[in-house]
Design a protein around this ligand. Structure first.
Ligand SMILES: NC(=O)c1ccc[n+]([C@@H]2O[C@H](COP(=O)([O-])OP(=O)(O)OC[C@H]3O[C@@H](n4cnc5c(N)ncnc54)[C@H](O)[C@@H]3O)[C@@H](O)[C@H]2O)c1
Length: 371
């Protein structure tokens, strides 16, 4: 078995989950270095996870010896430039979502990858729980009939203080609000199961948060299969839930969770006459693997060991980024947007807000909690 050397770049909130997941895969992978521009955070992370080498930037990392994998846990605004720097050094990149701020950036990253490596993979950990993998396979097999309709709700809440982090809530550094940054997880899982989408009609609004971006979007998505889904991406919903529902001609499959799921979070209901078959088929496919970074890293390492591109590949993530882009394009132009319509030359290809959001650019002041 090969042991891959990994450097974690960005040692903030999500990096700890990465370090724990990589530690759970010890033997297959080891953390050899960490990088952050914040020296205190870097030092604390280095001590906590016993990281041998600590660097202040990628140039220092590469000068000291490039790892096999760079694991990007930095804010979205620097993903593209850092990914391209790594790929140009021949180093494979695993990057937190969203992979880039725009389709233009994603295409620039993809152009630097090679079939034999270096590779670029995006973290979408909800694809890799046993329920998500089982449903994707059952859908490919047509075991539950054809998909008719779906619901994809990311109803989350973020207090005003959350946006104090300088990169959050701004088009230039976060790239978008809950459509690009939060609901993208559930939309990606929906697309992994239902396949290519065809057309979207959407609305976006800034309801209550101190952001330049939207804090809510709602969309109706039609798939190549003819299935139609409603999608809500919200940061203004105090009772939080992440909910996915797929109706097929023979079964309804539901997933209710918040930031991650296990087998118990799925409910499957057979249509009249299909109850027993559907229940037995579903149960036979579950393997007890919860969604999460460890589940995805396991698939990433399996692929790299086999000399294959690790999941989620640039081609796979492009379908998701195209949907995100089309939601903004439809919301800000007031008309339906078809897949393939946003191409180089369109303002939405370069940035999610296109020529600008239809609300004042002034960010509302945060509502301070009363003492
Ligand atoms: N998969 C998930 O469930 C999940 C959950 C939360 C966050 N995320 C994603 O993870 C990424 C990071 O989010 P976070 O919440 O950890 O952010 P954070 O602000 O807590 O941490 C980011 C870290 O990157 C460092 N940094 C910034 N610019 C840098 C640079 N140029 N070079 C090196 N380090 C730099 C910062 O100093 C900070 O320590 C985002 O893309 C976010 O969307 C994913």
């Amino acid at each position: 078995m090969q042991t891959f050397d990994v450097a974690i770049v960005g040692t903030g909130g999500i990096a700890a989950y990465h370090a724990q997941s990589l530690a759970a895969l010890a033997g297959r992978v080891r953390i050899v270095a960490a990088v952050d521009i914040d020296e205190d955070r870097l030092a604390e992370f280095g001590t906590r996870f016993e990281v041998p080498r600590l660097h202040r930037d990628l140039a220092e990392l590469f000068a000291a010896g490039p790892p096999d994998i760079v694991d990007l846990c930095t804010p979205p605004g620097v993903h593209a430039q850092q990914a391209i720097a790594c790929l140009d050094h021949g180093v494979t990149v695993v990057c937190e979502k969203p992979p880039a701020l725009s389709l233009a950036e994603l295409d620039r990253i993809a152009a630097r990858t090679e079939a034999a490596g270096p590779h670029f993979a995006t973290i979408f950990q909800h694809r890799f729980g046993s329920g998500g993998l089982a449903l994707a396979a059952l859908r490919r097999e047509g075991a539950f009939g054809t998909p008719t309709t779906a619901v994809c709700d990311t109803l989350w809440y973020r207090p005003d203080e959350y946006f104090a982090a300088s990169w959050r809530g701004r088009w230039e550094t976060e790239g978008g609000g809950p459509t690009l940054g939060h609901g993208i997880h559930q939309m990606d899982l929906m697309l992994a199961i239902l396949g290519p989408w065809r057309e979207v009609v959407a609305v976006a609004a800034r309801q209550a948060k101190p952001t330049a971006t939207e804090d809510l979007s709602c969309a109706i998505v039609t798939f190549d299969s003819g299935a139609v889904a409603t999608v809500v991406n919200s940061l203004v919903s105090p009772r939080q839930t992440s909910y996915l529902r797929f109706d097929f001609t023979d079964a309804t499959v539901e997933l209710a969770h918040l930031y991650g799921y296990d087998d118990a979070d799925w409910t499957v209901t057979g249509a009249p006459g299909h109850e027993e078959r559907v229940r037995a088929l579903w149960t036979s496919r579950l393997t007890g693997v919860p969604s999460g970074h460890t589940a995805q890293f396991t698939h990433v390492l399996d692929a790299l060991e086999a000399g294959k591109p690790p999941p989620v590949t640039p081609a796979d993530v492009r379908l998701t980024m195209e949907l995100v882009t089309a939601i903004y394009a439809s919301a800000f132009t007031g008309r339906p947007v078809r897949r393939g319509e946003v191409v180089p030359g369109s303002p939405f290809y370069e940035r999610m807000e296109g020529a600008g959001a239809p609300w004042p650019t002034v960010v509302p002041a945060p509502r301070m909690a009363l003492a």
